[in-house]
Design a protein around this ligand. Structure first.
Ligand code: HEM
Length: 508
């Protein structure tokens, strides 16, 4: 018997079995769906196919799909991914009702296998709600504050790190413009943001030419592909059993987490060797001391120390660099906005010194550009997935304990009832008639989430983004390559990454 007839015979036997299994699963799913509907248990939502659920409907940009589904099913609805029922929350009212009014019920994280690869399995960010988690978060938050905003001295020291990095970043940008004329600023921005948080954690920065550091960071931007809401790794574990793109992404994810965590673990180990309880040199020292103290109280172990540092570095570099990347691209795309920012900075700061945080109150238009970038791009479109810690009711709909919840920040920032022409980039929407910033409106932008899982780095992120942007725009003009289609395409993950756009900078 030749090879092709063997295949024919084999597929003749297997195909009916496959079809029968598919029909069986389909009927089973349909029966469950009808039963739940009769018992009014199922939340509204699209029909979920057997095995895959709604995975095929997510599309390239799940947050936009979710917003479209909200028009049909309301702001609280259910989808299914693989075998997981997932509740999607859209719009400011539903999201605030859940995350603020029912903050504890929505403070959980799902029991996803990918979350266990982060920070050696002891991540605070990717751990479910518990007494131990509360203490872990408090330690991370207090340490971050102590080294960035606790008093005027730490504020100044933190600002100084940013000024130093912004100056190095400018040098790297000018060098790239000289060498290539147009370049993608992504890697340099990642190094700059990583250096700010490394300076806080380890008291050390790395050069833009440091090959080891660049290799380490070069892969970190892939992290969000796996942990972003809508990633299929955790909801369809069977995808790990045969070669396919999801399996490759997940293998890369595990490897990059291993390499990144090993880097942090080594640095913390070096700190332990020279640790002196009377001299706190940096955040690593502060975290070593705080976790040692908390060990007996709630069972945090030494391993949680490096996990905390790894969480803070991981969270602090990718988000800030992505935000700066979008600001640069939007300024290159909208030269009139860039000129207006430059004019305001020149008026307030002049040309003889660099901008600093004391200028912020007088630079409302720059702040407006930053908030509009956050709103318009919504570059963290969905938060890290949450889960419910007990049964809860939102907008009259019952959500059981341990349900995975996706929170659609993009839907808040693009609600046409709240924002006039939400699809248009218009920083002046944030200015009052007197030219000052409309604080009520800036508070309505949702990018750091809210409630018990709200980002703990929001304040330092705002300082970094403001100061980096102010110094860059004060010192140079960002230009677009006129041959380039500048449609601002991006790839989806925990954060939206701009496509490979190239810019150049001109010294002012
Ligand atoms: C523009 C920059 C940033 C943005 C847009 C951002 C946004 C977010 C978002 C959306 C979350 C998830 C919240 C949720 O799941 O509901 C988060 C969590 C977190 N962020 Fe940020 N972040 C930024 C910068 C930073 C920085 C600079 C740090 C620290 C150095 C940081 C540390 C964290 C941590 C530790 C968490 C986990 C909180 C938890 O699970 O309890 N972030 N951030």
């Amino acid at each position: 018997m030749n090879y092709s007839s063997l295949i024919k015979e084999w597929s003749g036997q297997v195909q009916p079995a496959l079809v029968a299994s598919f029909v069986f699963l389909f009927c089973l799913e349909a029966c469950l769906w009808i039963r739940n509907l009769r018992q009014k248990k199922r939340l509204p939502g699209p029909f979920a196919w057997p095995v895959v659920g709604n995975a095929m409907q997510l599309g390239q940009m799940p947050h936009i799909t979710f917003s479209n589904l909200a028009k049909k099913y309301g702001n609280v609805y259910q989808i299914r991914l693989g075998s997981n029922d997932i509740v999607v929350l859209n719009g400011e009212t539903a999201i605030r009702e859940a995350l603020v009014q029912h903050s504890t019920e929505f403070a959980g994280r799902p029991d996803f296998v990918s979350f266990k690869s982060v920070s050696g399995g002891n991540s605070m960010t990717f751990t479910n709600y518990s007494k131990q988690w509360r203490k872990h978060r408090q330690i991370a938050q207090t340490t971050l504050r102590a080294f960035s905003s606790a008093n005027s001295q730490t504020k100044k020291a933190f600002e100084q790190h940013i000024v130093e990095e912004a100056t190095e970043l400018l040098k790297a940008f000018f060098k790239l413009t000289d060498e290539r004329q147009f370049f993608n600023p992504s890697n340099e921005l990642t190094v700059a943001a990583a250096n700010v948080i490394c300076a806080l954690c380890f008291g050390k920065r790395y050069g833009h030419d440091d090959a080891e550091f660049r290799t380490l960071l070069g892969r970190v931007d892939k992290f969000g592909e796996t942990v972003g809401a809508g990633s299929l790794v955790d909801v369809m574990p069977w995808l790990q059993t045969f070669p396919n793109p999801v399996r490759s992404v997940y293998r890369n994810f595990k490897e990059l987490n291993g390499v990144f965590f090993a880097f942090v673990r080594d640095k913390v180990a070096e700190h332990r060797v020279t640790f002196d309880p009377d001299v706190t040199r940096d955040m690593s020292d502060a975290i070593i001391a705080a976790i040692d103290k908390a060990e007996s109280e709630v069972g945090l172990t030494e391993a949680h120390t490096e996990a905390t540092v790894s969480d803070l570095i991981g969270a602090g570099l990718d988000t800030v660099s992505t935000c700066l990347h979008w600001i640069i691209l939007l300024l290159a795309k909208h030269p009139h906005v860039q000129v207006r920012v430059q004019e305001q900075i020149d008026d307030v700061v002049g040309r003889d010194r660099l901008p600093n945080m004391d200028d912020k109150a007088s630079l409302a238009y720059l702040d407006a550009v930053i908030y509009e970038t956050m709103r318009y791009t919504s570059f963290v479109p969905l938060t890290i997935p949450h889960s419910t810690t007990s049964d809860v009711t939102i907008e009259g709909l019952h959500i059981p304990k341990d349900t995975v919840v996706f929170i659609n920040q993009w839907s808040v920032n693009h609600d046409p009832l709240k924002w006039r022409d939400p699809h248009i980039f218009d920083p002046s929407r944030f200015l009052c008639e007197n030219g000052l910033l409309d604080k009520d409106l800036t508070n309505s932008v949702m990018i750091f989430s809210t409630g018990k899982r709200r980002c703990i780095g929001d304040k330092i992120a705002k300082v970094e983004v403001f100061l980096f942007s102010a110094i860059l725009i004060h010192q140079c003009t960002v230009e677009n390559n006129s041959n380039q289609d500048f449609s601002l395409d991006c790839t989806y993950g925990l954060s939206l990454k701009p496509a490979n756009y190239k810019i150049s900078v001109k010294l002012r």
